[in-house]
Ligand binder design. Sequence first.
Ligand code: HCR
Length: 392
Amino acid sequence: TPGDAVPAAQRGSWTSFLKSIASFSGDLSSMTAPPFILSPVSLTEFPAYWCERPELFSAIADAATEEDRALAVLSWFISTLKGQYTSRNESMGSEKKCALNPVLGELHYGIWPNKNGRGQTDLIVEQVSHHPPVTAYCIENRSKGLKLTGHNGQKTSFSGGSIIVKQIGHALLTVALPGGNKEEYLITFPRLRIDGLWYGSPYIELVDTSYIVGSTGYTSTVEYKGKGYFSGKSHTFKATVASSKLSSPYMIDGLWHTISHVSSGPGKGKYKKGSTFHDVTTAKEEVSVIGGETSGEMGEFESRKLWSEVAKGIRSGDFDGASKEKSRIENDQRQRRRDEAAAGSKWPLKHFQWVRATPTVNARLGKAINIAPPTEEAYAFLDNWPEPFGKE
Ligand code: HCR
């Protein structure tokens, strides 16, 4: 029945929330939702999902050929989807609305330590726009020569009872090879459909297509389908890895939140027909959050410090306290913007620089299959890792 998962006292406000989404397009972050659906985690923490299986990330650098690297990049990418799109269902019972709207300049730092020769991987995130919300990040494994930079925004609309989320932005993975050569992989993001709203227990289905375009001439195309399509199951995907250098493309299919297999292709060994392509039924490894200041303590703009009282309120059910503290942060932000306007200055980003468009990516990679509009902006990482990030 409608509203089944909604606490009785919040059904009315859930219905009005749904009505307001239905008549609204754009940025959902400013809309008030009932407490049961709020999550105490800021969107600046989400880029960590890219590396919750650090050994799959480092395996990209360990692959010996262009062909194996293209397959390793795809396998790592598919393995991140479970965390990105189903982890709130696992940890909080359903998809949630992030109650903490990241402020301009909000920061998040983390690390996955070196283990079993995989090298250390570092994470740096900065909120580069508040309205509309845009988050930029860099994930780097220096010892393996791997660097992922990207930015994410969302455009939401409502259709057929579901929220449709178009992801704005892209990520670029660079692989520095031992001989001095560099490969690039342009990664685009899938479209999301948020179903289950009617029942008050939202979950994400991925839809449409996303791409990974390699500078080596290998292109991966991933097609996503939900219940009732390819296999009748939720979270189904089919991927191909194609190149003029291959006698035939690789085809992979399965469920992105569990397991997939190579269904055809020219490969022998690791990627031969029938072999497991990705398997995320094993444990993931969350990032260790660290303070980015020299002292090792968190600065006032680091997400977990900035939002600590609001998050505490949401976790303990003190929604009045949470909302007062949230208003205090928002008012402080408004005052900062007013002061900047008066002084004719702009908030200086700490780690990223806005780039009007990404000519290298668009001209050499995206344009080939017309996936990245030439006007798409990017955020270049300034390479200024703060202490205490090691220089490993
Ligand atoms: C759509 C979403 C905010 C954006 C989140 C993104 C797209 C952010 C980038 C990450 O790499 C991947 C990612 C995963 C999330 O699933 C996605 C969020 C899911 C819900 C949230 C909406 C703005 C909130 C909708 C409100 C409903 C649940 C009531």
